[in-house]
Design a protein around this ligand. Structure first.
Ligand code: PXP
Length: 238
């Protein structure tokens, strides 16, 4: 399984005082040195953490791959086509949310998502859709020619009981298997940490996990190198 690091939370800290530090670009370059497989950032419409400057600098400087998370809106699509990340992950976006709260409703937004995927494919950028572990949304993602799905793991990560956690893990396992069977690449993320990743790794149909907050938070105490390497050591590389 591959491990991409989401550096949004470095930008959250930087932007809390509107200073230039800590710089998410520097953090991403360090994480690459320590062996992560890719860097993920979410360019929000309100630019509340990651800015266009961050995305463009990352594009210039990183040597692994850039996964740009974004809403399916014209302004950001235009920037994405210009920046040419290795992957775009389309996510739902609400101004009032603290973080992405769940997967896309692919079925209710079929035509708009289909058009957005077409535009991004015309720019030769593969597209992933962030979805719940729900077969209907996964089938719809394949129908509108998404290349990947990213399965939302937030319900698993935030489960209130072991029963809920294991039920959700099984839902993710079945969803990942189904997605693979119909030809989609399968990523996953949201709320994964050093503890809950262990059971998660029993799912074999996931190509890549995208993890941010847990690693960024731990690096405050133990440094970037140790925080990144501890997570890498938990995730067997494919
Ligand atoms: N995947 C998606 C689509 C996300 O929105 C986020 C959060 O920005 C992540 C993965 C990473 O989540 P976390 O920071 O909780 O590890």
């Amino acid at each position: 399984m591959k491990f991409s690091l989401n550096v949004d939370h470095v930008a959250v800290l930087r932007n809390a005082r509107m200073e230039s530090q800590p710089d998410p670009v520097t953090y991403a370059l360090m994480a690459e040195q320590f062996g992560v497989d890719g860097i993920v950032v979410h360019l929000r419409e309100d630019r509340r953490h990651i800015t266009e400057r961050d995305v463009r600098l990352l594009r210039e400087l990183i040597t692994t791959k850039l996964d740009l998370e974004m809403a399916a809106v014209d302004e950001i699509v235009e920037i994405a086509c210009d920046v040419q990340p290795e992957l775009i992950t389309l996510v739902p976006e609400k101004r009032e949310e603290l973080t992405t709260e769940g997967g896309l409703n692919v079925l209710d937004n079929l035509e708009h998502l289909r058009d957005t995927i077409k535009t991004l494919h015309a720019a030769e950028i593969p597209v992933s859709l962030f979805v719940e572990p729900d077969i209907n949304h996964i089938d719809a993602s394949a129908d509108i020619e998404a290349d990947f799905i990213e399965i939302h793991t937030g319900v698993y990560a935030n489960a209130a009981s072991d029963d809920e956690m294991y039920d959700e893990l099984e839902a993710i396992r079945l969803a990942a298997r189904h997605a693979k069977k119909i030809g989609l690449g399968v990523n996953a993320g949201h709320g994964l940490n050093y503890t809950n990743i262990k059971d998660f790794l029993t799912i074999t149909d996931i190509d890549e996990v995208s993890i941010g907050q847990a690693v960024i938070a731990r690096s405050i105490f133990v440094g970037v190198e140790q925080a990144v390497k501890e997570m890498m050591n938990l995730i067997p590389s494919k």
